[in-house]
Design a protein around this ligand. Structure first.
Ligand SMILES: [Zn+2]
Length: 307
């Protein structure tokens, strides 16, 4: 869906869970916010300097494992990507995210519960129009075999993602999704994953303390250790798309363009956003007036008959 006006949620939504890396219990509350507020985190366990704007320039550390954003006072929140991926897909523009710990709850490793409760709360649509980032020319970032590039694309965000693993079960997977045309259910439901042989490495880094088979897919050789197996054969690449959407939300306004990424992750996406936005000739900020919309968009919104 492409909506033209800004959105928030109709009422507060609460979650309780544990941080994947800290293993700490965390309470998370999504609070409706006014137009042009944007997406802002608030650390309720701290009294001062506790707000952090969800912006790519605030990304302190984007590791292969998660994204951490931090304000000018050094206050941070980590593992932001799954909730933000849900907000990207559901097109929530304005939200205050209250959290009483330094890491978001991992839930079941996917965005499934976030989306379910957001939909139950309902969406409030404001009269204020929404701004978009229109991609004006192709821009690419490469890091050896990894790459990510964006190209102009009319009135939609397309993400084409590829992963290549030595592992026989994961192997090579590629998937393209359109935010305008596709149901994102499989993207939302796909869980984070880890290779069995990497668990020790992650633990030695002091991370993954809250990780278990209840919130991550563990792959051992050509098998999945989780009792119920995979949710989808391509769950791995689908989850990478969720991560990518969650990191793209940090660009303030939704991007209208086609993103193609191979073997990338949080770090590459963040470097890409920093470089892309550092050159103003790469993009323009646009606001749609419903009457001036191209017919294809009106058609997809079910407005063609009245246009
Ligand atoms: Zn993830």
């Amino acid at each position: 869906m492409l909506n033209l006006n800004q959105k928030t949620i109709k009422r507060k939504v609460k979650f309780v869970g544990v941080g994947l890396h800290t293993g700490k219990k965390v309470n998370l509350v999504l609070v409706p916010a006014s137009p042009n507020h944007g997406i802002v985190f608030k650390r309720t366990d701290l009294k001062m300097n506790n707000q952090i704007d969800a912006n790519f320039e605030n990304v302190k550390e984007a590791t292969p494992l998660c994204t951490t954003i931090q304000n000018e006072f050094g206050v941070s929140v980590s593992t932001t990507e799954h909730l933000l991926g849900a907000l990207c897909g559901e097109e929530i523009d304005n939200l205050l995210i209250e959290i009483d710990a330094s890491e978001l709850p991992i839930m079941d490793g996917s965005a499934k519960n976030f989306v379910k409760k957001i939909r139950e709360a309902g969406i409030k649509i404001y009269d204020t129009s929404k701004k978009y980032i229109k991609v004006l020319k192709k821009y690419e970032l490469r890091d050896k075999k990894k790459f990510i590039f964006v190209e102009p694309y009319e009135n939609d965000l397309i993400v084409d993602f590829e992963i290549v693993y030595d592992n026989p079960l994961i192997g090579k997977q590629r998937k393209e999704i359109s935010l305008l045309k596709n149901d994102l259910e499989e993207v939302y439901n796909s869980r984070t994953f880890c290779l069995y042989e990497d668990i020790d490495k992650v633990r030695k880094m002091g991370l993954g303390k809250g990780g278990s088979l209840d919130n991550a897919v563990i792959v051992h050789g050509d098998k999945v250790l989780n009792n119920k197996g995979l949710r989808y054969n391509n769950e791995f690449v689908m989850h990478k798309i969720l991560d990518c959407l969650g990191d793209l939300v940090l660009s303030d306004y939704k991007i209208l363009g086609k993103i193609t990424c191979s073997q990338g992750g949080h770090k590459l996406t963040n470097e890409f956003l920093r470089k892309f936005f550092s050159d103003k000739s790469n993009y323009s900020i646009v606001e749609f007036n419903e009457k001036k919309l191209p017919n294809t968009v009106l058609y997809n919104k079910g407005l063609a008959a009245t246009a």
